[in-house]
Design a binder for this molecule. Sequence first.
Ligand code: TUI
Length: 314
Amino acid sequence: MIQSKICDMLGIKYPVFQGGMAWIADGKLAAAVSNGGGLGIIAAGNAPGGYVREQIKIAKALTECPFGVNIMLMSPYVDEVAQIVAEEKVAVVTTGAGNPTKHMSLWREAGIKVIPVVASVAMAKLMTKLGASALIAEGGESGGHVGELTTMVLVPQICDATDLPVIAAGGIADGRGVAASFMLGACAVQMGTRFLSAEECTIHPAYKEKILKATDLCTMVTGKRLGHPVRSLRTPFARDYSKAEYGGMPDDELEALAVGALRLAVQEGDNEKGCFLAGQIAAMVKRVQPAAEIVKEVMDEAEPILKGAPAWVR
Ligand code: TUI
């Protein structure tokens, strides 16, 4: 059993968070991860408050365990969603794709543990000062909106910049990634892509199939020109977008090209027009299995690796 201060802080068994994947991470998936001893997270993404409240209620009905809500700070509904998680008093709020300063006191006054994703040392220091409970250091190997630095270089620098517990994210799919994260100073991991193959993950079967068939070089980053770099599978949509981006398409047309692409991937499995967000470890996702099994499996794998470390040191 791996002891981690994050488990004591949140009342969870395993130091494994499920990433807040927009359009994907609903109340059902979050509850399955939490029931498996990890921390399940509902993604608010770009959804209105009513959807988020409904998913919170679904998760509350399915689990007694703590779970979180991820707030995507670029969402047009961010203010109403921020209010709803405070009213619902969810255990944890994670944030992504921006600076959550404006909402921190509201959440903290509601007794919520705030755990922002930070992609830089400056942000880590600011969030520490503002009373975050822990920090997620997410490297650019992850799927979705990505920062500049890799997990390997970001995690130790964030650990040096804060006394808070650090959760490593980006490029982690199995026990080796968990063990490496602990070696870098993290006390927990967050995985997104690995949970795409969970039985309780209700993405279109074509999306799951793409993940199971993925190979090492099958993701790419688009959207850098508009300042929102996003990692996804290299599909016709991603290629077309990239061509348009570097071919000089005007900004407003480029933005219009991406509208609805996440929904088309998740709900329709649309190979041509869908944007299939995935991290660089997609090729390491090999089979469909219950979310709880994924949580236990990665931790069971990590333990002998970490125990074996003394054998390398003379
Ligand atoms: O947020 C994510 N991943 C996401 S959000 C998302 S929804 C979306 N869809 C289309 C376009 C854009 C977004 C899909 N995937 N990960 C966490 C994350 N946060 N990665 C990087 C950051 C981040 C970036 C900048 C955190 C803070 C930050 O601060 C900027 C500032 O204001 O200083």
